[in-house]
Design a protein around this ligand. Structure first.
Ligand code: 2RA
Length: 329
């Protein structure tokens, strides 16, 4: 497989290279793509150096698949050009996610809906992926009516500039700010821009993407998304109201048997998921599983995952793996 990674020098792009190598995706030629100012720089993949090229050059090299993580405007401009050249695009930006003609894919949930017609495939938002992976098997059993989620999101979701802001603040160095406020020793209840309804774009991604991935518009989701001074991953406090009642043991067993999900839930031993432990892992961790005692058929849980892995690079590579296994690329 010839594989292009568009945005290869960014946080998610570099993680894509790492995940492709770790999972032994059959890359015969890597084509790293980045903005003009990075062209000519080299990236290392499996011990070999590859020169960064422009998107135009990448198209002329005819990769089988292109993993995009270079922001929405690059995707809007370039994904259709790659697709028109017959190259399947897996896009990590929000540009195509809610386009009714594009699939929004978490392979474990709706990978099977993909066909060779899908030339631009959207990778969901990080905070949505880790939540739906846990919600999906429970929805099948008990049918979800409503989800109330609050997130505690890593600065890595914003990018290198935000990681630098946090580290500089820790060292007392003043530098470029990714956020309007200090992030160290602080919590910022705003991720992305505010919309007319008073919610942020990140919050509405969780609402809308959940319905699309799970294929059920009746699931009601309300979200509060918050940035915290952490780098290991995103954490989520999730309250789920089901139509049917559940047994806690069955919930735990179901989640423990769900591919990609690890249950860490032993309160007596102070065992629960934390971003420090989820960092650089591909799995989604769930714990603090307990009944909401204030109303019927309602569950509380705590979900943690490395947003650069299952929340971005790993999910994108898993889509590519699925397409390759099905001989669609
Ligand atoms: C964030 N959801 O954490 C974004 C990244 N896609 O800011």
């Amino acid at each position: 497989m010839k594989v292009a990674v568009v945005g290869a020098t960014g946080l998610v792009g570099s993680k894509m290279l790492q995940v492709l190598a770790e999972r032994n995706f059959p890359v015969t030629e890597l084509i790293p793509v980045a903005s003009e100012k990075s062209v000519g720089k080299e990236v290392t993949f499996k011990g070999k150096q590859y020169k960064v090229v422009t998107a135009d050059t990448a198209i002329s090299m005819k990769p089988n698949v292109a993993l995009f993580s270079a922001g929405g405007s690059t995707s809007l401009e370039w994904a259709p050009k790659f697709a028109a050249a017959g190259i399947t695009v897996i896009d990590n930006s929000s540009a195509w996610r809610m386009d009714p003609s594009k699939k929004l894919v978490v392979p474990e949930i709706n990978g099977k809906t993909l066909t060779t017609e899908d030339k631009i495939i959207a990778n969901p938002n990080c905070s949505t992926i880790q939540m739906v992976l846990v919600l999906s098997p429970l929805h099948e059993l008990y049918k979800i009516n409503r989800v109330v989620v609050s997130t505690y999101q890593s600065v890595t979701g914003t990018g290198v500039k935000a990681v630098n802001q946090l580290m500089n603040e820790r060292k007392g160095i003043s530098g470029e700010m990714a956020y309007a406020y200090p992030i160290d020793l602080n919590v910022i209840p705003q991720i992305d821009v505010f919309l007319d309804n008073g919610y942020t774009k990140e919050e509405m991604k969780m609402v809308n993407e959940t319905k699309k991935i799970m294929g059920d518009d009746r699931i009601r989701v309300t979200a509060t998304t918050v940035r915290i001074p952490v780098i290991g991953g995103h954490s989520e406090s999730v309250n789920i109201e089901f139509e049917k009642d559940f047994e806690l043991n069955e919930v735990r067993k179901t989640l423990a048997a769900t591919p990609g999900v690890i249950v860490v839930d032993e309160p007596s031993k102070q065992q629960y998921p934390m971003p420090k432990d989820a960092h650089d892992k591909d799995e989604v961790f769930v714990g603090r599983i307990r009944r909401d005692e204030t109303q019927a058929n309602t569950l509380n849980m705590w979900i943690v995952a490395d947003n650069l892995r299952k929340g971005a690079a790993t999910n994108a590579v898993q889509i590519a793996e699925y397409l390759h296994a099905q001989k669609m690329i």
